[in-house]
Design a binder for this molecule. Sequence first.
Ligand SMILES: *Cc1c(COP(=O)(O)O)cnc(C)c1O
Length: 465
Amino acid sequence: MSSTESLRNLPAVDDILRHADLSTISGLYPRQQIVEWIRSAVDQCRKSILNGTTLDAAATARFVLDQTIQQSIVENGRRQQPVINATGILLHTNLGRAPLADLAIQRMQQSSGYANVEMNLHTGKRNKRGERICELLRQLTGAEDAAIVNNCAAATMLVLQAMAAGKEVIVSRGQLVEIGGGYRLPEVFAASGAILREVGTTNRTYLRDYENAIGENTGAIIRVHRSNFFQGGFVTEPDITDLVSLGKSRNIPVIDDLGSGCIQDLTKFGLKEPTVGHSVAAGADVSLFSGDKLFGGPQAGIIIGRKEWIEAFRKNPMMRALRVDKVTLAAIEATAEIHLSGRAESELPLLRMLSKSDHAIRQICEEVLEQLNIPNGCTLEVVPCTSQIGGGSVPGSEISSFGIRISGLRSDSVTALLRATSPAVLGRIQDETVLLDLRTVHDSQMSDLAASLSAVLNEVDDNEV
Ligand SMILES: *Cc1c(COP(=O)(O)O)cnc(C)c1O
């Protein structure tokens, strides 16, 4: 067959579009996108023909169909969808951090149409956006007032801009963190217009370092929680209480960037994390934290503190650019209500996962294992492991847990197969085996997890991974 003949055999886009093999994907993706995939596959065929490959009509059509289906699989992996988190990392930034409480999900859904975001239904009059939520946050934290923005990064930006644009903000060298995703404190300072005044050394900063740095142009002192790393050994830094007394004596406001937003003391879980209440009680003028870390809510930046400062933030023109939408507000309101009700450990998924005993997790692992047919050459067993908080909270935390270890197979193939199931299952590779830590898997997902695992093991059995 000459190359001219082969080129004549290239399929028409319309014929491919109508092919039965594409019927399952045609409803899932816009026609335009499928046409693009087909065109690109046809182009590839044209190129190989021009390079001397002979292809008959059936072979080109098959190639184009396969390529198009392959593209749709790749595309599906990019589409945002629910996943089963068996990584053992409770706040996994790549997986959307805190899973929301049922109540929060309900309220988000209920608020997604028209909702009284800025209206008191009793009086029929306009009220401040999020007014009731700020009141709940006051009750919860003991602070005088609260404001809500998009995330803690936005909170830091707003607070620095409003309190100290053009002025120096004193910070310890040991706290100049990079949180990840390009959030680097010195850059946030630069963007806010505040001037970074570093004091102390990487490992040791004393109160006198702050004291010596206070001058004419000092706008604030900031403490930044080391959310995603820890320092050990020869390390010193003043407590927030000491910074507050220094600030008070020199009339300088103190900002506490808590990051994680730990509402209740976690020491009973073996975790040490500063609480929001402690920051307020210590007298910080302004404290900030994320809504989607230990607070267990949606992505948001929660700012609490003295009335005058919060009022100033509300009036700042940046506030309008950083405010959150009604759906987020609904979720924060529900999450705050749960914390206040004292039912956080049973109703907030994050705390529920944290409070699960490793004994209970072990039992669940065994129950899942019992449902599976294990192919030859492959071993599944229940093993002890450690979960982590992650997501810029409680660095170095280790929580004992149990997981299912899959060995005897290529671990990268197993993880790829697990990601391809619906819902996708994400585990971790440890000692060259795949480990599924079940602490982070919601009880309601266990049957899906077992089904996904089952499908993968069947595939393995058929294909000898
Ligand atoms: C996580 C974190 C931030 C950033 O919070 P986002 O809500 O992700 O923007 C800022 N500061 C500290 C100390 C943090 O831990």
